[in-house]
Design a protein around this ligand. Structure first.
Ligand code: MG
Length: 261
C-alpha cells in the first residue's frame, strides 16, 4: 500500500466528497435525541449521501453492514446501527461517516472520499463528559495545525497526545488516523501516540496527501476490546469514550479541512 498524492485538478472532487460527508454527519448529529434508534440515524445519513449523488463509503467496506458507525457510551468506534438500540437521555454517541464521489480523471475512474466523526450528547450530560468531548475535539484541531507539507506525522501524534496526557485520558492505540486513497484506508497510519515511532518509520507530509486525523480518548484506561459482532470496539473498563475526525487535504500553502462545514 502506498500513499496517494492527488493532483491539483482532483482537489474539487475531493472537496465535494468531504463536504457531502460533513453535511451528512451534521444532519445525523442534529437528529440525535432520546427515543431515536441508531438504525434511524443510519438511514438519515445514507439517504442524504445518496441524495447528493455520492455513495456511503462504509457500506460493504470489509463487510460493514451500514453507512454510519454508531458507537454509544463505552463503545469506541465501529458500532453497528440497530433498530433495537434506542438512545436515552444522558447517553453519548459517536457517529462516523464516509462519502465517496466517483469522478473520471485522466481517463481513469477515481473514488474521492471524505471521512468524518463526532461525538455528541443525547440530552443532558455531566460536565466531566462535556470536557471529554471538548478535549478530544480540541486535540483534533491541534493535530490539524501540524498537517502541512514539510511536517512529520509524529508531530500530529504528539500534538494530539499532549492534550490527552493533560486531561489524563486513555488514548486508544488499536486505531488511529490514516491516509485516504481510492480504496479508502491507506498509508500512512496516523497514531494518536508518538511512541509508535520509536519502532516504526515516520513519514514526511507532502502537498497532495489526503489525511484523516481521528483522536479517540477514554475516560478510563486505554485498553479496548472487540465484541463478538467482530466490529464494535468497546473500552475494557466500560468507561466512556469520545471520537472526532476530519479529512484534511494538504495543499502547497497549508491545508484544507474537506469535511468541515
Ligand atoms: Mg477514518
Amino acid at each position: 500500500m502506498s500513499i496517494t498524492i492527488y493532483e491539483k485538478d482532483q482537489y474539487e472532487g475531493i472537496k465535494l466528497a468531504g463536504k457531502i460527508a460533513g453535511e451528512a454527519l451534521d444532519l445525523a448529529c442534529r437528529s440525535v435525541k432520546p427515543g431515536i434508534s441508531t438504525w434511524d440515524l443510519d438511514k438519515i445519513a445514507e439517504e442524504y449521501i445518496r441524495s447528493k449523488g455520492a455513495i456511503p463509503t462504509f457500506k460493504g467496506y470489509m463487510g460493514f453492514p451500514a453507512s454510519l458507525c454508531t458507537s454509544v457510551n463505552h463503545e469506541v468506534v465501529h458500532g453497528i446501527p440497530n433498530k433495537n438500540k434506542i438512545l436515552k437521555d444522558g447517553d453519548i454517541i459517536s457517529l462516523d461517516i464516509g462519502a465517496t464521489v466517483k469522478e473520471k480523471f485522466n481517463g481513469k475512474e477515481w473514488n474521492y472520499i471524505g471521512d468524518t466523526a463526532r461525538t455528541v450528547p443525547v440530552g443532558e450530560v455531566s460536565q466531566q463528559i462535556q470536557k471529554l468531548m471538548k478535549d478530544t475535539n480540541d486535540s483534533l484541531f491541534k493535530g490539524i495545525e501540524f498537517c502541512r507539507a514539510g511536517k512529520l506525522i509524529k508531530e500530529i501524534s504528539t500534538a494530539v497526545a499532549n492534550i490527552a496526557i493533560e486531561g489524563e485520558y486513555g488514548i486508544v492505540r488499536m486505531f488511529g488516523g490514516h491516509g485516504i486513497g481510492p480504496e479508502y484506508h491507506s498509508e500512512p497510519f496516523i497514531p494518536n501516540w508518538p511512541e509508535y515511532f520509536t519502532q516504526n518509520k515516520d513519514t514526511e507530509i507532502k502537498a497532495g496527501m489526503l489525511l484523516c486525523i481521528e483522536p479517540m480518548f477514554n475516560l478510563g484506561s486505554d485498553d479496548v476490546r472487540k465484541l463478538k459482532d467482530n466490529w464494535t470496539i468497546v473500552t475494557a473498563d466500560h468507561k466512556l469514550s469520545a471520537h472526532f475526525e476530519h479529512t484534511i487535504l494538504v495543499t502547497d500553502d497549508g491545508s484544507y479541512i474537506t469535511t468541515k462545514i
